[in-house]
Design a protein around this ligand. Structure first.
Ligand SMILES: NC(=O)c1ccc[n+]([C@@H]2O[C@H](COP(=O)([O-])OP(=O)(O)OC[C@H]3O[C@@H](n4cnc5c(N)ncnc54)[C@H](O)[C@@H]3O)[C@@H](O)[C@H]2O)c1
Length: 315
């Protein structure tokens, strides 16, 4: 029986469920707090406890007093850039107010229930820049309400760290892909493309397909988050590969491996999407001794395999 307990907010989602699995494998008791707005109970392995809980509405202090966590990973969020432009109020409530509620509960209870690891975004926060890979010294230039809310939440994390000596870490991941990513959402191009290809549906590409992204496998992100929780580095840390792939290159690679023969449908670019971004991860290498292990082709192949087995659940 494990004596250490971790809380993963948003743990029924894509990244949170993989963090929960990794902690479970290290013998932690894992309790997920999730309102299932985009997460699913089926993402959770056995022995991971789910509390259906909304961080913006329910009493975070009360549940933390009950659970007495030794570590908190805060992944709960609204993650769609497009949704954030349509409903910035909802986005700010989940991403800013939700984060303050978690931080403030830690402050009230006092030391002993951190480290606290916050999942920010590296893919969106830096905005449009012509010089990349981007490192953490580049001041964020958030272009969408989603990126603004994430940057704002980061500032609250820093405020609580400075003023209440909380043991916090901030992770800025690039574009994450892998098993369990929601193929029905508006974020997660790899999952969206694979689903459309396996169902032989038309694939939409925004703009000309020349936007560049830094795709990183979820398992590499999980490894970085867990290392960060053991270290408490005060500034934000990028996690990515530093390598850029255009959307069209991604489409071509996935088509070949999904036996998909149709051409894509090019549709109007979305103004809030960042044009091109890759992340410089030398800081993560230096302070966390972290580097990505899974190369893109191998990671995409295992993700396709996972979706082939999952495809009966497509709706
Ligand atoms: N997926 C990516 O490419 C990516 C890239 C950079 C950063 N991130 C960050 O990583 C984190 C996880 O993203 P994901 O891709 O796993 O998204 P996801 O939508 O799969 O997971 C988010 C989880 O949070 C839950 N949630 C949302 N609002 C909540 C609330 N008010 N109370 C409780 N639970 C709530 C959802 O039900 C879901 O399970 C997010 O903070 C996101 O901003 C993701």
């Amino acid at each position: 029986m494990s004596t250490k307990t971790a809380v993963v907010t948003g743990g029924a989602g894509f990244v949170g469920s993989h963090i929960s699995d990794a902690l479970k494998n290290e013998d932690w008791t894992v309790i997920v707090l999730d309102n299932l707005s985009s997460g699913k109970e089926s993402n959770l392995s056995d022995k991971i406890e789910l509390e259906i809980f909304d961080i913006t509405k329910d009493n975070v202090e009360t549940i933390f007093r009950k659970i007495k966590p030794d570590k908190i990973f805060h992944t709960a969020a609204q993650i769609s850039v497009n949704k954030s432009t349509k409903n910035p109020f909802y986005d700010a409530k989940q991403n800013i107010i939700g984060t303050i509620k978690v931080l403030d509960a830690i402050r009230i209870i006092g030391k002993g229930i951190e480290p606290f690891v916050f999942l920010s975004t590296g893919g969106a926060i830096y905005g449009n820049t012509d010089k990349f890979p981007v490192n953490e010294n580049t001041y964020p230039n958030p272009e969408s309400p989603y990126a603004i809310s994430k940057f704002s939440a980061e500032n609250y994390v820093q405020y609580y760290r400075r003023n209440y000596s909380l043991n916090t870490s901030i992770i800025r991941p690039a574009n994450i892909y892998g098993p369990r990513q929601d193929p029905n959402g508006e974020a997660g191009v790899v999952a969206i493309f694979i689903k459309a290809m396996l169902l032989e549906k038309k694939v939409n590409i925004f703009g000309k397909g020349d936007n560049i992204r830094d795709y990183i496998h979820v398992k590499d992100i999980v490894k970085g988050c867990i290392l960060a929780s053991e270290l408490s580095y005060k500034g934000p840390i990028n996690l990515g590969t530093g390598k850029g792939t255009t959307v069209l290159e991604l489409f071509n690679y996935l088509s070949k491996n999904c036996n998909y023969n149709s051409s894509p449908n090019f549709i109007k670019e979305r103004p809030s999407d960042v044009k091109s971004i890759t992340l410089d991860c030398s800081l993560a290498q230096k302070v966390l001794n972290w580097s990505p292990n899974i190369d893109l082709e191998e990671g995409l192949k295992n993700t396709i395999k996972w979706f082939e087995n999952y495809s009966e659940n497509f709706n």
